[in-house]
Design a protein around this ligand. Structure first.
Ligand code: APR
Ligand code: PHB
Length: 389
């Protein structure tokens, strides 16, 4: 099989890149290890920055998002048991945040790719990248019991944190930090709160989020060695309430969970994001803890920079944006990695935390609550930096 750009991984990064390149008349083939249904069953974060929304719209996949997404300006932070304040990203960053689940984004992308006839080889095993620094790199995999070889000019690794593309880059620098707790998340078919609310509590972090008017998403920080069997629905709801101001807890409509899972938290960056004709994008190159909801948005910003570089390469023979891809993407990546680490550190209870650490977190939250400038800085980062031109 011959193509111009071979993409490994059909999560949000690989799917959006494939769509944008196809729309620009560039041939792509995508290889995905899982089935389509499996990819669509993964529950991930669900908050989109303005830049993400704009790029999805420009790719023609914004209609359902515009119709069904819930636009937020204000987001709440609760602390010191009964204190809560709301920061207004519309006021400070002139921008919006939209709740629209990653699953829905993925569904819209697959529909657009199907309509455009872009080939995606689902359930492809043993994907491997060969000769990344040569003129003609290629990907091999096993698909439908047959050995497949895809010859390309460029290969893009969009294969997430566990995919093989990073390992095709010798001397890759890896920066990593893990956190001593996880997030236990549930979905319930109940009406969510109006606003997203993050909570710092002596009992640990909690988050109230949403998917649609009848689907809520809630999280509590939990020990890493807990399993979902340790958490009955009743235990989850009472722990969530105990971490929120009473008047917020009183507004929460509880119900049976329809999904429950525990995720570890990690900060990770791989540099550089290019090796010859192999490029990395999305979770393949970086992971952020979910506090701040930057994972999907960062994957989309990589795709913005990389698609621009590839389009200029094929249309104009101009390699400026391909050559600067790794540096440009990494500037945004490090800003988000720092922000996500900071917000995580500010809002969670660490196992070795003492009374003074708790008070210091609360003092910093009080500073944000009372200072316009501190809120402006928070909002600017929460809303997401604009893409560099
Ligand atoms: N061969 C082919 N595909 C692979 C392989 C492989 N060996 N290994 C992994 N993949 C696929 C995975 O099955 C997955 O569908 O690559 C895809 C990577 O998708 P994501 O993990 O969703 O990563 P990405 O597209 O970069 O999107 C980032 O997703 O993980 C969340 O929080 C993250 O929201 C962020 C976003
Ligand atoms: C979510 O809705 O799943 C969500 C929202 C905000 C976050 C993380 C996750 O910071």
């Amino acid at each position: 099989m011959q193509t111009q750009v071979a993409i490994v991984g059909a999560g949000p990064a690989g799917s959006l890149l494939a769509l944008l390149l196809h729309q620009a008349g560039i041939e792509v083939v995508v290889v995905e290890r899982q089935s389509r249904d499996y990819v669509l069953s993964r529950i991930r974060a669900g908050v989109l920055e303005n830049g993400t929304v704009e790029l999805l719209r420009s790719a023609g996949v914004g209609a359902r998002l515009d119709a069904e997404g819930h636009v937020h300006t204000e987001t709440g932070i609760a602390y010191r048991a009964e204190e809560i304040f709301y920061f207004d990203i519309g006021k400070y960053a002139g921008s919006q945040f939209v709740s629209y689940g990653q699953t829905e984004v993925q569904k819209d992308l697959y529909e657009a790719l199907d309509a455009a006839g872009v080939p995606i080889l689902f359930e492809a095993d043993d994907a491997a990248i060969h000769e990344p620094t040569g003129e003609h790199p290629y990907v091999t995999c096993v698909h439908g019991g047959e050995q497949v070889r895809i010859d390309a000019n460029q290969v893009v690794g969009c294969d997430g944190f566990h995919g093989p593309s990073k390992d095709a880059i010798p001397h890759l620098r890896r920066y990593e930090k893990t956190y001593p707790f996880g997030w236990l998340g549930i979905l319930s078919e109940t009406p969510p709160l109006e606003h997203l609310i993050y909570a710092n509590s002596e009992r640990g972090f909690a988050l109230c989020s949403q998917r649609n008017p009848m689907l809520s998403r809630y999280y509590v920080q939990c020990p890493l060695d807990d399993t979902v069997d340790d958490w009955s629905d009743d235990r989850f709801w009472s722990e969530l309430m105990a971490r929120l101001p009473q008047h917020v807890g009183d507004e929460i409509v509880t119900g049976p969970s329809i999904e429950k899972s525990i995720a570890p938290l990690r900060s990770f960056v791989a540099e550089p994001m290019r090796h010859g004709n192999l490029f990395l994008a999305g979770d393949a190159a970086h992971i952020v803890p979910p506090t701040g909801a930057k994972g999907l948005n960062l994957a989309v910003s990589d795709v913005f920079y990389l698609s621009r570089g590839l389009v200029r390469h094929y249309h104009d023979g101009d390699d400026h944006y391909l050559d600067t891809y790794s540096d440009m993407a990494l500037r945004r990546v490090w800003a988000s990695v720092r922000f996500s680490w900071w917000l995580t550190s500010l809002l969670h209870r660490f196992p070795d935390q003492t009374e003074i650490d708790q008070r210091l977190q609360e003092a910093e939250l009080a500073l944000i609550q009372t200072s316009d400038r501190a809120q402006a800085l928070l909002c600017e980062q929460y809303a997401g930096m604009p893409f560099e031109s």
